[in-house]
Design a protein around this ligand. Sequence first.
Ligand SMILES: [Zn+2]
Length: 417
Amino acid sequence: MRTTRLWRRVLGVEQTVIESVDLQTDARGQESLLARVRVKAGAARRCSRCQRRCPGYDTGPDPRRWRGLDLGTTQVFLQATTSRVSCSEHGVVVAAVPWARPGSRFTTAFEDTAAWLVCHATLSVVAMLLRVAWRSVADIVTRVVAERAARTDRLGGLRRIGIDEISYRKGQRYLLVIVDHDTGRLVWAGKNRNAATLNRFFDDLGGERAGQLTHVSADGAQWIHDVVAARAPAAVVCLDAFHVVAWATEALDQVRRAMVNRLRANGHHDEATALKGSRWALLKNRPNLTGDQRTTLAGIAKANGGLYRAYLLKEQLRAIFQAAELADARPLLGGWIAWASRCRLEPFVKLAKTIKKHQALILNAVEHGLSNARSEATNTHLRLLTRRAYGYHSPEALIAMADLTRGGLCPPLPGRS
Ligand SMILES: [Zn+2]
């Protein structure tokens, strides 16, 4: 095997001439491998946007470097002179290179590996393993997603969708996200939670495909219901179970916080601290409780009737969504509203009014079995994504990250067939 062919294989590049390979040492004594390369004649002078062959325009004054996948523990860089071409459609643009995406300082193999890792490991692991800054990972994800999204139609064949919003920047900004209930995949995301954004989704979907939607779930926001009624009039509208349970969880937490404050105000500091520590026992779903948390709950049942009542109200509401039959759910929900209305716990009295208003939409969700675990898992994942303190520099970066990890756009690892 000739040495250049061997290097081409090792560096994972095609349509490339390897001119030389050297070890070099940087100012900090770090060794890296530098391969000087050029594009093979057959692949040279192509527009980086349309890949068409074009007349050359000029050549960059300085060679440029791209980071490649490490060889063992040694960092690898490709170095080449860049040139520009004059495309009849795109004007003067940088010429395509076969080893990297346009505008990137990493090879395609490096970027695909990084994107795959982002889908399968925590970002701190990715950054440490690949020795890249978080900002670079975000840029890589944006490029990989743009390329892969252009090749797939993610809005084809949709029948049952969930419309949801997720907040980022500490709840100051919002994304509107559309999840496919049948696959659990994120299929669309846009900036801002408002009717204009939702209308943009329906514009992308098109009238024919909107007509094929059978079910749309959402939270209680009226503007969502108005847009859906106008753009997908045939779809049954439901209220997502996890929104309703989240409302009850919030009401329960309000009751608990009020009691902690009252105990503290009356000088019962030990009881206040104990109650503060009970948060997870109260908020967790009952089957997931640990032994200690069960003991905490039993203690609350004995000593703190109001709080325990709030806990039972939350659990009861959750149970309604587990009813298999509409005939069972209807009286359960009616009974819950009656109980909550006169429970003398202000947050639940308020919640009872909200639930009453949305009764029909809640029963729709039970009737059509739309309490879907897969789409809920996607929503939980998206919330985790935004809660981490990565400082997304743009909503586009956050959308790309969501598309990559939950939109089915994860690339395969390079070199595996
Ligand atoms: Zn072009």
